[in-house]
Design a protein around this ligand. Structure first.
Ligand code: 5AD
Ligand code: SF4
Length: 465
């Protein structure tokens, strides 16, 4: 993987100047609301967008209908993500009828799809700014142009993209942070649209990453999750991913996590890191996608079932308590019942803590979208239900095995499920709810696990003697 040029300081300065100019415009939007769809990469992008909008003088508005500017950060990995985004955009048309000054911006992976921006421009002329994945840093310029009397802006770069450093940011959490380490993907799994909309792999410079981590630590962050479409092929400054982990560990970042990992690139060094890095949490999201070799080959995953199982054995040998999670696709074109059963048996064999399961969704422009797909939607839906039921019973057993244990939990905040309760994660990544006051948010507390639910644990705080 090569390193890509970074966007120049002059260009970033130009955008800072636009932010200043927007701030000074009379009648500019006073508040913003961002709807972030899709993965953590998008969530992290939304933090940069929020940072830029705040530099332009806008304040965050929790209620979408009340905001002066609404921005959709879209996803296109499956058709339903796209439909959701488009459904939302249509609804915005109504809102804009009642509120003509409302500014609407739409960007992210969906607008980067071939031909999508032009189609959207024609169909939804009420959108003020349409941008893609490679030019998010130019949002200040686009917003300025539109606000100072220009036409709606539709600009999507047809290129692989660069690395952007130095964008303002408004982080969603004060104690847990996402840090991008690389962008794009070179793998071209045959079902996946991501390489087309996020471009080729490019790594951030390790010094930039470490400097960001140092700033976050100074600000009180307790947990850093490194992000990339495939962090295992990180090659910043020529160094491999495990090396970056070692440096972060040595800095004393209390908890380190990362996602996502491609099994074909999971190195011996990374497995070893799970054995000896103090701050690397015993958790790994390792998407398997399917349990049958022929399907894996047609998916262009470039590993076999046996190789995946071998990785799992080796990871567990160095870190017996490691919690594994996965992504699984059901109903890839041409998948037979027997082949699907190999996925079931793999799930039984590995015993993931949790798995995100998806029915295959054809994406235009990908190779799999051209393959014959004889299995009906009903049948695929029955298969996925079977898989979900199996995984649920395994998840419940994995959670039940935690009962009685004492765990250090990083408190994320008030529980979304029951009031008066806090929610936090164990090192392995299990969510624990327990009674406690909001002042504990962002702190490490000792908890005894008292019971297991379907997806979460319950516990009680152990007061330090
Ligand atoms: N259909 C269904 N699931 C998909 N994923 C990616 N592309 C598709 C598709 N076309 C899933 C994969 C990936 C996760 C982020 O989304 O499991 O790991
Ligand atoms: Fe898509 Fe495969 Fe790249 Fe993941 S590794 S983003 S599934 S092409």
């Amino acid at each position: 993987m090569s390193e890509r040029p970074i966007v120049s300081q002059e260009e970033m300065q130009r955008q800072r100047e636009y932010m200043r100019q927007v701030r000074g415009l009379s009648g500019r939007p006073g508040s913003y609301h961002i709807v972030s769809m899709g993965c953590q990469m998008n969530a992290r992008d939304s933090e940069s967008i929020a940072g830029m909008l705040e530099e332009m003088g806008m304040v965050r508005e929790e209620v979408r209908e009340r905001a002066d500017l609404i921005l959709y950060n879209t996803c296109c990995v499956r058709e339903n993500a796209e439909n959701k985004a488009l459904g939302n955009v249509i609804w915005l048309k109504e809102l804009k009828r009642d509120k003509p000054d409302l500014m609407i911006c739409v960007g992210g992976c969906m607008t980067q799809e071939k031909g999508m921006a032009a189609t959207m421009k024609a169909r939804y002329p009420f959108i003020d700014v349409i941008y893609g994945t490679h030019n998010l840093y130019r949002l200040p310029e686009y917003i300025y142009r539109r606000l100072s009397g220009g036409e709606p802006v539709v600009e999507v770069f047809d290129m692989d993209g660069e690395v952007v450093e130095g964008l303002p940011e408004r982080r969603a959490s004060r104690h847990s942070a996402f840090v991008n380490i690389m962008y794009g993907c070179n793998n071209f799994c045959s079902y996946c649209i991501v390489p087309y909309v996020r471009g080729r792999e490019r790594s951030r410079d390790p010094e930039e990453i470490l400097a960001e981590a140092a700033r976050l630590l100074d600000g009180g962050v307790q947990e850093i999750t490194l992000l990339g479409q495939n962090v295992n092929s990180y090659r910043g400054g020529g160094a491999e991913f495990a090396n970056l982990l070692r440096r972060l560990d040595a800095m004393g970042v209390p908890r380190i996590r990362f996602m996502t990992s491609h099994p074909k690139d999971l190195s011996d060094e990374l497995i070893a890191a799970y054995g000896d890095l103090e701050h690397l949490m015993p958790a790994l999201h390792l998407p398997v996608q399917a349990g049958n070799d022929e399907i894996l080959q047609r998916m262009n995953r470039r590993y076999t079932r046996e190789r995946y199982l071998d990785l799992v054995r080796r990871l567990r040998a160095v870190r017996p308590d490691i919690g594994l999670t996965s992504d699984i696709i059901v109903g890839f074109p041409g998948e037979t019942r027997n082949q699907f059963e190999d996925t079931l048996s793999l799930v039984r064999e590995v015993r993931f803590d949790a798995a995100y399961t998806f029915v295959y969704s054809p994406r235009k422009g990908t190779r799999a979208a051209e393959l014959p797909d004889p299995v009906s939607a009903q049948e695929k839906s029955a298969w996925i239900q079977e898989l979900i039921a199996l995984q649920q019973s395994i998840s419940l057993e994995a959670l039940s095995a935690q009962v009685g244990r004492r765990e250090t939990v990083l408190v994320e905040g008030a529980s979304t499920r029951d009031s008066g309760s806090l929610g936090g994660r164990t090192p392995r990544g299990h969510m624990v709810n327990f009674p406690g006051g909001a002042e504990l948010t962002g702190r490490f507390v000792e908890v005894e696990i008292t019971s297991a639910g379907k997806n979460t644990l319950r516990g009680r705080r152990i007061e330090e003697e």
